[in-house]
Design a protein around this ligand. Structure first.
Ligand SMILES: *[C@@H]1O[C@H](CO)[C@@H](O)[C@H](O)[C@H]1NC(C)=O
Length: 488
């Protein structure tokens, strides 16, 4: 009976531990795998791979959209126009055009992390107690069985010398009673203590579940916040910069008179400013494992007001393939991809030409003119790989793929071979990637194939900088009309 109870306890502890796996990388997070992934090697036999570029048009080049920046730039007094918008649930704002969004999840993240730490400690404390208990149970059971043998032995001897033996038997029975008492009292009290600990853990799990539930409730409602829209607006962030919008923050742009204006984040400080943020990862608060339609329209949070009266802190978002295509097709466009690891080191990759075709051609990517220190994955693929394996990881000329729309180069038509399904996000997958900025967000950086949903390197990966098994802390993509700075 007691053994059964103990088994139940152990099983419960095991269950409690498996239930708490949220980011529980504590011991498992050894960067065991350092090998290059990204590609899907050909299976031995007849399989072939061809690097078909879908007859992708080259990126738009030249430099005639804008002349060099006029000096001095106009500096008007910037008036901030407050537009009050409904507030719901303390969530932060997303552009209405960008659709309905959830809160950052920061609250949830903090709550979970706080709870998780104490639960983990309780479980760790519990383990030696359970071990100790198992040991003492075994000891006592051994002792009892030895005693039983001994009792039988005495009873045999009774026949020979009943007087002496009865005295002896008394002793044995005394001992037997003592052990019985130990088993009946000390044991249950140990179990009571353990049960108490387990009850506490149960309570904590319930609290966690409640926190998750309440966040879910919050996410049901569209979230809005007050984001004053600056009076300066323009065709794009370069235009806004030239009109005096020199602060990095949220703005409205209207690249084309046929389409309504929409909100975006402009980086007006990095590398002379004028950058329109089209992609941003910085805390894992937005899920990037999304459908084709969502990647087409865009999703995420444009910017936040952290108390300065304007929205100068960017959120995590994807601008939307239609908008990215439209803006990059207006003229020569450059792209700046900046990234940071979990120790604060930063690198970048820049392409002087960056054009995304329309949905009719599945948003084919074309880049050229690389510079930077992050590595040229778009044009050259992963430098850790060789031959065909490397060619498979080039992104230039690829169509966009999402888990519900397979346009990659990995055995087209085979639904079990879809890069976007395995690698976590929408991207210009080949077979499959050397860069995966829209992949899954792993807190802390290093992860292993065991943590990945499909065993593939599905993190926020830039292979030529940190390899397959490191997920970046931040990465962003910004575009700007390309112009020759010297032209006047
Ligand atoms: C390609 O990768 C596979 C396994 O990842 C390896 O066996 C093969 O030798 C590689 N080919 C080249 C040319 O490196």
């Amino acid at each position: 009976m007691k053994t059964l109870l103990l088994l139940y306890l152990c099983a419960y502890v095991a269950w409690a531990q498996s239930d708490l796996e949220y980011d529980d990388y504590g011991d498992a997070a050894k960067p065991a795998t350092v090998d290059a992934r990204g590609h899907r090697p050909l299976s031995r036999g007849r399989e072939t791979y061809s690097y078909n570029r879908h007859a992708a048009p080259p990126p738009i080049s030249g430099g005639n959209r804008y002349r060099g920046r006029p000096t001095p730039a106009p500096t008007g007094r910037q008036v901030q126009e407050k537009v009050e918008q409904p507030e719901a649930g303390g969530c932060t704002h997303a552009s209405e055009e960008m659709g309905v969004l959830c809160p950052t999840g920061c609250e949830l993240k903090t709550a979970l992390q706080k709870q998780e730490r104490s639960v983990k400690t309780s479980i760790n404390n519990l383990k030696p107690q359970v071990d100790e208990l198992t040991r003492s149970t075994n000891d006592i059971h051994d002792y009892v069985s030895r005693m039983s043998v001994s009792v039988r032995e005495r009873q045999r001897v009774i026949g020979d010398n009943s007087r002496v033996v009865s005295q002896y038997t008394d002793q044995v029975e005394e001992q037997h009673a003592y052990i019985k008492e130990t088993v009946d009292t000390v044991f249950p009290s140990n179990i009571r203590i353990l049960t108490g600990v387990l009850d506490k853990i149960k309570l904590k799990i319930q609290k966690l579940e409640k926190a998750i539930q309440s966040q879910r409730e919050l996410c049901k409602e569209p979230c809005t916040t007050k984001c004053p829209i600056p009076v300066v607006s323009g065709k794009d962030c370069e235009d806004i910069f030239r009109r005096g919008g020199k602060a990095s923050q949220m703005y409205m742009i209207k690249p084309d008179s046929f389409y309504p204006a929409y909100k975006i984040y402009c980086d007006q400080t990095t590398k002379n400013g004028g950058w329109l943020l089209i992609q941003s990862r910085l805390d894992g608060s937005v899920d990037f494992g999304r459908r084709w339609d969502e990647y087409r329209r865009g999703f995420g949070n444009i910017a936040f007001d952290v108390g300065k009266g304007h929205c100068e802190t960017p959120g995590e978002y994807w601008l939307g393939n239609d908008r990215i295509s439209q803006v990059t097709k207006m003229g020569p466009t450059e792209v700046l991809i900046e990234m940071e690891d979990w120790s604060g080191a930063k690198v970048f990759a820049q392409y002087q030409q960056f054009t995304i075709q329309t949905e009719a051609s599945n948003y084919v990517l074309a880049v050229d003119g690389y510079s930077g220190n992050a590595g040229n994955g778009f044009l050259l693929g992963s430098m850790e790989l060789f031959g065909e394996n490397r060619t498979m990881t080039i992104h230039n000329g690829m169509m966009f793929s999402t888990y519900d729309r397979d346009n990659d180069n990995w055995t087209p038509g085979d639904p079990s071979k879809q890069c976007a399904r395995e690698d976590g996000g929408g991207w210009w997958y080949n077979r499959c990637h050397s860069t995966n900025p829209n992949g899954r967000y792993y807190i802390g950086g290093s992860y292993t194939s065991h943590m990945a949903k499909h065993g593939t390197d599905d993190g926020v990966v830039w292979m030529n900088w940190k390899g397959s098994w490191y997920s970046l802390k931040t990465i962003s993509m910004k575009i700007r009309p390309y112009f020759n700075p010297a032209s006047k």
